[in-house]
Design a protein around this ligand. Structure first.
Ligand code: MN
Length: 711
């Protein structure tokens, strides 16, 4: 059992100036907080924080970390709160203890492999300070050692969580000894039978193996001495879980595994590592393809070593790792090694595979002056660009920072996104644009009648949400366009006593569509509704010729009226008026007429590029006769701030666009916005677009949209 003095002794070994009084205060504080509490083992609860703090000294951690180790369960398991800890031990310790408490509250549900990685990231993202994870690992290390006191269901749950989440975290931070311990302990509970079998067999052959290890070590040593290499050689049985994993992966029996032992050569310099490797290969035949150079290419967790497999004295395979003393310390202690051995310059900062944050730590380490400054580095945001949040069922979703409830809804399912009206974050109702934080539990509220809004595009962060919303809007616009186009064509046909439904049934409308290269009638309707073609253009072939001049007469009469004496056109009725093919002017466009000899009057759009090729003198100013046949009533919904003068600004903007307002209704909402619905007369889409654009420019206007049907 660890006593408080053991902790102090350990700390003084690596930090002779350690603030022992603060440690003492933390010890007393923890003892008071946990007074009367016992562990399931029957021991006083205080044993646990002492063990955790002791493990932290084994990682050579700083005083705030060890103090936090002593206090780590006080918030969760006693009446103490964060504020109190801050009062007594300062903000740094309070943050660390709070961080450890928060990790404990993450509802970890381990299941599919892909999600496990997200859980690990979530822990990293929630912690914000690597020391929090180190304390949590020390906590888990002791809990695993006392797991036998729990019931078997809890044992399996905790063991699995340890194997899937905490052991990989320890590995990622490069703390191999903790990783190994956690794995072996978890293995004991998850596959107890296999654990026992391997354990027994290894124990049985212990004597034999010890003799063998001794023999190989002596052999290696004598060779090194011959060549004056000062190397430390050791051999040990491999860890149980790594043997088990090897058996599973390579589908071999325990008796077949020769390399149950691993040999290690520790040496002074990198140069000597390669010398030793060459020497070993000269007397033990290397097995092809079994050599790895992790010195030149370190692993992401900073691990460096040379690995080789050779054929040993009995024809057996031997695995040998060769590394410098410094590499060894980092291999065993990982991040923690940096507290002690700050000169760790063995890492190539160019190594891209090192995790971003880890690389920053290592690079910035060069400029760090003392431990305290070094510690600051660990307070960086580990995942500056991501957040990790939960579904109500406990699944983790990764989202970019700044993601909102709508992003979350679309990340689950596009239908959930389309129908979402609000969200509960950690049980509290929030608006859709609410920004999520790591660790939030989000419950999306839906309404089956709800539809996505264009406004959402203004705040969603994920491209998935953006794409889904745009797709929906596009599909909806198409639907509206089809409806509108249908109505316009139907109206136009009824003017000429033709039946829309008959033409639809007979396929005549489809044929018309095909002439315009449309595959379906809906495509044809949509093109009219969208304003690509006018109903007249589309129907020009089916409308009897003698019914068309009506329209042309109107144009000519407007020429006569507006340009009374400018040009006298003889024989108006007989004059051919055509629309230029190059620009296809349609109602709403500004137009010019050009008299062409023998071909009558050709009407061009004012912005037609061909207009300049015509003789100025042949130009006649013409305008559309916007009678009822050429205007379409359109309803616009304008949403804006509820401010004085907004309504009059909107109507004067419409007037300056020469748009006639047929009807208007306005209402103010409780959220200080005003909504207005204007029914206006529009000759063409382009005019409508102009009006919409200029209304959008009015101060306080939030959105302008065209609506169909009754509102
Ligand atoms: Mn604990």
């Amino acid at each position: 059992m660890v006593r408080f003095n053991d902790i102090v002794d350990e700390i003084l070994k690596y930090n002779p100036q350690a603030d022992v009084p603060t440690l003492e205060r933390a010890y007393i504080f923890s003892a008071q907080a946990h007074k009367g509490q016992t562990r399931l083992s029957g021991e006083p609860y205080l044993v646990h924080p002492l063990e955790v703090a002791y493990t932290l000294t084994k990682m050579n951690l700083d005083i705030p970390s060890v103090v936090s180790g002593l206090l780590h369960d006080t918030i969760e398991d006693s009446y103490v709160n964060k504020k109190e800890i801050e009062e007594y031990f300062g903000k740094e310790v309070a943050e660390l203890v709070d961080g450890v408490t928060k990790i404990g509250q993450i509802p970890l549900k381990t299941s599919e492999d892909s999600r496990v990685e997200n859980f690990r990231k979530m822990i990293l993202a929630t912690s914000k300070d690597i020391r929090v994870i180190l304390i949590k690992l020390a906590d888990r290390y002791h809990n695993m050692q006392t797991l036998n006191f729990l019931n078997s269901d809890r044992q399996v749950d905790i063991a699995r969580e340890t194997l899937e989440i905490y052991a990989p975290l320890a590995h990622r931070l490069g703390i191999e000894w903790i990783k190994g311990e956690l794995e072996d302990e978890a293995f004991k509970y998850l596959h107890s039978l296999e654990y026992k079998t391997i354990n027994t067999k290894i124990a049985k052959k212990k004597k034999e193996r010890d003799a063998y290890i001794h023999e190989v070590i002596e052999l290696l040593k004598s060779k090194f001495e011959q060549y004056e290499l000062h190397a430390e050689v050791s051999g040990r049985a491999k860890r149980l879980y790594s043997i088990y994993r090897k058996m599973m992966l390579e589908k071999v029996e325990l008796d077949d595994i020769y390399d149950l032992t691993a040999f290690r050569v520790k040496i002074d310099s990198v140069k000597e590592c390669y010398l030793a490797l060459g020497l070993i290969h000269s007397f033990f035949r290397p097995i092809p393809g079994k050599f790895s150079d992790f010195i030149a290419l370190p692993k992401p967790n900073m691990y460096q070593s040379l690995h080789t497999k050779v054929v040993g004295p009995y024809g057996e395979k031997i695995e040998i790792q060769i590394r410098t003393h410094e590499m060894h310390k980092i291999a065993e202690e990982g991040i923690a090694a940096h507290w002690k051995y700050k000169e760790g310059r063995a890492f190539d900062p160019k190594e891209d595979k090192i995790f971003g944050w880890l690389r920053r730590v290592i690079e910035s380490q060069q400029e760090l002056k003392d431990n305290k400054e070094f510690m600051e580095v660990f307070k960086i945001d580990l995942f500056p660009d991501e957040i990790y949040v939960f579904t109500p069922k406990g699944d983790v979703k990764e989202l970019p920072k700044g993601a909102t409830a709508v992003d979350f809804a679309y990340a689950i399912h596009s239908q959930l996104g389309h129908k979402c009206v609000g969200a509960k974050v950690n049980g509290r109702l929030v608006p859709l644009r609410h920004e999520l934080k790591s660790g939030d539990i989000i419950d999306i509220q839906t309404n089956p009648a709800h539809k996505p809004s264009k406004d959402w595009l203004g705040f969603v962060k994920t491209s998935r949400a953006k794409t889904k919303i745009r797709q929906w809007i596009k599909a909806e616009q198409r639907e509206r366009s089809i409806e509108l186009g249908k109505t316009l064509i139907e109206k136009e046909l009824s003017k000429h006593d033709m039946s829309f439904s008959k033409m639809l049934k007979s396929g005549e409308l489809l044929n018309i569509g095909k002439e315009f290269s449309f595959e379906t009638v809906d495509d044809l309707f949509a093109s009219v509704g969208y304003g690509l073609y006018t109903p007249l253009q589309v129907l020009s072939k089916v409308i009897p010729e003698n019914e068309k001049p009506g329209k042309l007469k109107q144009i000519i009469s407007s020429i006569k009226r507006s340009k009374d004496n400018a040009i006298k056109i003889q024989g108006v009725d007989g004059m051919v008026v055509r629309f230029a093919q190059c620009c296809n002017p349609i109602p709403g466009d500004t137009i010019f007429g050009f008299i062409t000899r023998g071909r009558g009057l050709t009407i061009h759009a004012a912005d037609c590029p061909n207009i300049h090729t015509y003789d100025e003198q042949r130009r006649i100013e013409v305008s559309w006769e916007l009678n009822k046949g050429f205007t379409y009533p359109v309803k616009l919904k304008v949403l804006g701030d509820d401010r004085k003068g907004l309504l009059s600004d909107i109507s004067s903007t419409m007037a300056s666009n020469k748009v006639n307002i047929i009807g208007a209704q306005a209402m103010t909402n409780s959220d200080r916005t005003a909504a207005g619905i204007y029914e206006i007369e529009i000759g063409h889409m382009s005019q409508l677009q102009k009006v919409i654009k200029s209304i959008q420019k009015i101060k306080g206007v939030r959105s302008v949209e065209r609506i169909l049907g009754t509102v």
